[in-house]
Design a protein around this ligand. Structure first.
Ligand SMILES: [Zn+2]
Length: 180
């Protein structure tokens, strides 16, 4: 298959369009002195994305996080911080803090990496074909584009999926309060 360039172009085009659409939303009627609050609330904004230069990422991330998130690296099986974590809480993207997985969907896959049967929400995760080691489906953070790991079709029900995620691309946040 040599369609990767085409796919890439489509992706870039979509990205630019999304960015364009977002910039039109701002209201130019700022005639008074109040500075417009451009930062939206924590609500899920559809096309909110984070883009940084590689230098900025290098400053923000540890070398291991950078290698995994930005260079699509893979931590060695069984070495990750969260492989056997069973605490209740949420797993956020180590790059941008977006909530990606919740502990309720984490299970013991014995594959050496934290495994989840579904993401916190499907729009938090972007999938892409990865042909580097056979056919695999790469999963990335939709917000910052950081590489997370891969998804396989040998997971448990109800989804039958196994999101095999590098600990280095996650930041666990233990649940503070009881269920709301
Ligand atoms: Zn992210």
């Amino acid at each position: 298959m040599k369609c990767s360039l085409g796919t890439c172009c489509l992706f870039v085009a979509g990205f630019l369009l999304a960015g364009c659409g977002a910039s039109h939303v701002s209201n130019p009627s700022a005639s008074n002195t109040k500075p417009a609050l451009t930062v939206s609330t924590n609500q899920q904004t559809m096309s909110e994305k984070i883009t940084r230069t590689e230098d900025e990422w290098k400053k923000l991330l540890t070398p291991e996080q950078y290698r995994v998130l930005r260079e699509k690296g893979t931590e060695r099986a069984g070495t990750g911080e969260y492989t056997n974590t069973k605490d209740k809480g949420v797993y956020r993207c180590a790059g941008c803090g977006e909530e990606l997985f919740v502990s309720d969907t984490k299970y013991d896959s014995h594959c050496g990496w934290p495994s989840f049967y579904q993401p916190a929400s499907s729009n938090k995760i972007t999938e892409a074909e990865d042909n580097s080691f056979g056919k695999r489906v790469e999963v990335m953070c939709s917000k910052c584009g950081g590489h997370l790991g891969h998804v396989f079709e040998d997971g448990p029900q109800p989804t039958g999926l196994r999101y095999c995620i590098n600990s280095a691309s996650l930041k666990f946040e233990a649940k503070k309060d009881e269920q709301k």
